[in-house]
Design a protein around this ligand. Sequence first.
Ligand SMILES: Nc1ncnc2c1ncn2[C@@H]1O[C@H](COP(=O)(O)OP(=O)(O)OP(=O)(O)O)[C@@H](O)[C@H]1O
Ligand SMILES: [Mg+2]
Length: 596
Amino acid sequence: MSTAQPAKPEDSYVANLEHQLERMRRRMEAIQEIGTALGSTLNLDRLLRLIMSKITDLMAAERSTLYLLDEDRRELWAKVAQGAEDREIRIPVGEGLAGWVAKTGQSINIKDAYQDPRFSNTVDEQTGFRTYSITCQPIRNHRRKIIGVVQVLNKRDGYFTVEDEQLLAALAAQAAVSIENSKLYLKVVGKNIELLDTQEQLKDRISEMDLLFRLEQQMNQTIGLDTFLSSVLDETTSAIPAAGGAILTRHESGWRLLAKSPDYAPVFRSLPLEHQGVTRRIADYDSVFLCNALCEEELADEALSDALGVTLNNAIGLPLQIDGRRLGALILVNRRDNRSSGFTDEDLKLLTVIGGRAEVAIMLANQRQEVTKRTRLAAIGQALSGVLHDLKTPMTIVGGYAQLMVDEEDSQTREEYSKSITNQLGALKGMTGEILSFARGESTLLIRKVFIHQLMKEVQEALTQEFKGRTTLTLELNYRDAIRLDSGKIKRVMFNLARNAHQAMPEGGEFLIRTAESDDGQFVDFWFSDNGPGIPESIRHNLFESFVTSGKESGTGLGLAIVKKIVEQHNGSVDFTTRTEDGTTIHIRLPKAMRT
Ligand SMILES: Nc1ncnc2c1ncn2[C@@H]1O[C@H](COP(=O)(O)OP(=O)(O)OP(=O)(O)O)[C@@H](O)[C@H]1O
Ligand SMILES: [Mg+2]
């Protein structure tokens, strides 16, 4: 039988010491852990949760809560876990035990909360928790200002001790550091983000201002409208990266498309009044246009995609108008950017600003053109009266001969008179021919099957005479077969073009006529190229309109208007490319199957 040895007093002393040492070790460990966490994470929520769980654990309590002070609302607030969710509790400063601590800055340690008149059971009721013992400490920042309250509830084996209070004070100080750090951090991050945003916005604004300044400068220089609009498109596509852009403008007898891809020369197209396509629709709109996906049908525009040499995938545009007068449209196609999949609202804003400058430029050019036209019309009127005056002379002569013929019996003399009359009539016809035929409109066509090589032979003979060796004529007939057209009128077109080139090169030069069949076999293309000085910039935008002339004493400005009229009567189209000091090419496309 064994007898139990009575415990020696030293044993229990040792055990107690060991127990205390173990507790100390755990506390040190916890404080160290919190210290490490403080240095490693700046997520305040996670940090506070960690601190609170350590406090609950170390103080052998059931629950602890950390309230932060909301200075503006004079409230303590905390997030407490309830089920799977976090719930926010708010307590006015001064109310309940935590509120009292926040108000007075004193700590408390109470054995039974419900016995204390300062206690409020609102939170217990809200959370379904039952408070017994409670210890509560203010959390102060380094300036001793209260920034929150930490509260520990229900000591598992009795009441909270003075030692517990000291530990809580130490941990509350830790919590204070992490709260302050995190607030500071958030403030710095916030300020930095704000700063970056402002910087970005500022950069955008500066480059927009810069762009507008450049456009304004150009507008004030005496460059032609087309040159200005080309550089508007260049500037726009560099500010908003895009495959190309175009400006559609309304003219007397139709539309004009100026298309421009970065790094390429501008392309001009004359389009009929009934032209259809996205640019035309935008010109008729009252609002801006943005299409990034699922709107391929809306984007259809043969003239535009042909001029830019791209398939249209996305686009933005806006109508150009001033005081309700529709002037045309500005469009950008195929956003070039790796980050986004199309144009943005920001792009549209910038485009609208640029569009404003284009509107003003077009309006000013239109006004200038109106004035010039009025002056030209007046001049033409004077010229006409001059012609009428000149006509009087041959008419009088004709009248005189006719009178003589009546009385003349000798048939040979009569024949001479008759010849003289015929000559004078020929002169009359020549004098009035150009002006009359244009005024009449020459709308009837005499369509016949004509062999291009035959037609060109006749043109060559006439031009060789006219050019008198000063201008060298070259023909390059890649298409020589038959096509249905009014040969008289088409010859007239060619003469007008040839005469212009000849007149533009007083020191001599080259004039090349080239023909070719279009890829789809439906059309025949004609190119008329010279290596003269190029078409003056000031008239490029309305070249084909009547009475537009430049640099010629006797020019009426009807030659190219007649060309356009005849080509359009043949259901064809005409456009041109020109470079200063480099020459001009007029391109005419005629359908092969012209019907009468
Ligand atoms: N090949 C060209 N090279 C340079 N400038 C040209 C060329 N063709 C036309 N132009 C310019 O275009 C203007 C208009 O030409 P258009 O033929 O319509 O009228 P015009 O030649 O002035 O007068 P008209 O032909 O009625 O006698 C010309 O005045 C000229 O300045
Ligand atoms: Mg001419």
